[in-house]
Design a protein around this ligand. Structure first.
Ligand code: NAD
Length: 471
């Protein structure tokens, strides 16, 4: 059994003051695989103090020094890519297919920030004044279990590029992954105190980070409910916040779309990371006259989806991260039936032969009305709602009829038409005809999907405070 009993403060692995133990459970079989000793407020304060001290030097480094740090971090994480893959499969049940891809992104954040730094203006002249973009200070990084390493690396790359030091509070459920990242970051050899890790509970370590006056900014990725709590607490010390929250993304299939391409992409996309993805296109909007055709296609594609052990290369959907998450998804499937949606495939209960783990059947509801709770609330599991629309205007209306606005997807045979629809959807990232990833363009949410943007130059700016010096 693995034991995670050290945190990382000021360049050293130290035994936490906190003594509470959290059990790490393999979600594919619910067998205990490890224990983590949780850090507490005292540990958090020590880490913040180390980051505050290190900020004095890091904030004054040159762009080329920061590029060098990013290079060191990238090389160190790259060496541990395979370890991260193995542990992500074991610890949260990430499928081999998904974690392999996710780890490519994890490493790439350092390169994309290097590229941003090469062209970024930290100082500008406006009229006769100078505007200096100054690093905001110590940053508290709080991350979820579903994209732990990628979130941490993306935020660390941006913070270091800006000259900010960090205290990272990963999800306690990601402790084994965190152990690998801590070791990699230590090996990267940055000055002491620039990067600190304090793994503990949200309402302990997270709350201390959010309240502590020596933390200037919180960069948070997680649920909308916790994001709201963080924003409320952070305002007391007027912290800057970047909040990457939940989503219920629409996937608008226009009537001229090539269904043979669009529907498989829609189904596999919604089931990415076993449906535990903030950007998953879980609302599939289809023209009313094509509903029957789409239903038939969606069903036949879903029949081929493999729900199985996450380490198998052909598995598309692995287990839910925890029993709690499994039960949450089950309750939404039950709710969908009660609300009167038509179950196309899947449904309640575990797939045969997978009773030991937190496995959910690939589930698709059709004849869903957008005001049903299954269409409005983030389920965070492999559950798709097919919703029909009569006109393009109605499709846009339905797409926007949500408290969220993280991502959206539009498929059409006519790019200009898709672009026109995309420009009318209120979401931070919209993909036309499939899924694309661009680390240089901003990522973040409209409405209750968050505040602020990450990635590229927009992401870097979020760690900087403009200061005008007038003659
Ligand atoms: P969560 O909100 O429960 O937890 C996220 C982090 O916040 C964890 O580290 C947790 O310990 C911490 N936390 C909990 N309570 C806290 C508090 N009171 N103060 C400070 N920190 C606290 O989310 P989760 O279940 O780990 O992750 C799933 C959620 O994350 C989903 O809603 C998903 O949509 C969202 N998410 C969003 C993005 C994005 O980029 N927008 C990416 C991935 C996940």
């Amino acid at each position: 059994m693995k034991k995670v009993n050290k945190i990382y403060i000021n360049g050293e692995f130290v035994t936490p003051n906190g003594t509470e133990i959290f059990n790490l459970i393999n979600p594919a079989n619910n067998i205990k695989i490890g224990e983590v000793t949780l850090a507490d407020e005292i540990d958090t304060r020590k880490a913040i103090a180390a980051a505050k001290q290190a900020f004095k030097t890091l904030s004054k480094t040159t762009v080329s020094e920061r590029i060098q740090y990013l290079e060191q971090l990238k090389n160190a994480v790259l060496k541990r890519e395979q370890d991260l893959t193995n542990i992500m499969i074991e610890e949260y049940g990430g499928t081999h297919q998904f974690v392999t891809l996710s780890n490519k992104h994890t490493v790439s954040w350092f390169d994309s920030m290097k590229e941003v730094l090469q062209n970024f203006e930290f100082e500008k002249n406006i009229n006769s004044s100078i505007v200096i973009l100054q690093p905001v200070g110590v940053v508290g990084i709080i991350t979820p279990w579903n994209a732990s390493n990628s979130s941490i690396c993306s935020k660390v790359a941006a913070a270091i590029s800006a000259g900010c030091t960090v205290v990272i509070k990963p999800s306690e459920m990601s402790s084994l992954q965190t152990q690998v990242l801590m070791e990699a970051f230590h090996e990267a050899g940055l000055p002491n105190g620039v990067i600190n890790f304090v793994t503990g509970l949200g309402n302990v370590v997270g709350t201390e980070l959010t309240n502590n006056p020596d933390v200037a900014k919180i960069s948070f990725t997680g649920s909308t409910a916790v994001g709201k709590l963080i924003a409320k607490n952070a305002v007391e010390t007027m912290k800057r916040v970047t909040l990457e929250l939940g989503g219920k993304s629409p996937n608008v299939i226009l009537d001229d779309a090539d269904l043979e391409k669009a529907i498989p992409t829609a189904i596999y996309g919604a089931f990415m990371n076993s449906g535990q993805a903030c950007i998953a296109p879980t609302r599939l909007l289809v023209p009313e006259h094509k509903l029957e055709e789409v239903n038939a296609m969606a069903k036949s594609i879903a029949e081929k989806i493999v729900v199985g052990l996450p380490g198998n290369e052909d598995t598309n959907i692995g287990p839910m991260v925890s029993v709690k998450q499994f039960e949450r998804v089950q309750s939404y499937i039950k709710l969908g039936l009660e609300e009167g949606a038509t179950l196309l495939i899947g449904g309640e209960g575990k797939p045969k032969g997978l009773e030991a783990g937190n496995f959910v059947k690939a589930t698709i509801f059709t004849n869903v009305k957008n005001n049903m709770r299954i269409a409005q609330e983030e389920i965070f599991g492999p559950v798709i709602s097919i919703i029909s629309y009569k006109t393009e205007e109605e499709a846009i209306e339905i797409a926007n009829d949500t408290p969220y606005g993280l991502a959206a997807y539009v498929s059409s045979g006519d790019y200009d038409r898709a672009l026109s629809v995309a420009s009318q959807i209120d979401a931070g990232r919209i993909c036309i005809n499939g899924f694309s990833h661009d680390p240089m363009v901003p990522f973040g949410g409209f409405k209750q999907s968050g505040i602020g943007r990450e990635y590229g130059a927009y992401g870097l700016q979020a760690y900087l405070e403009p200061k005008a010096i007038l003659k």
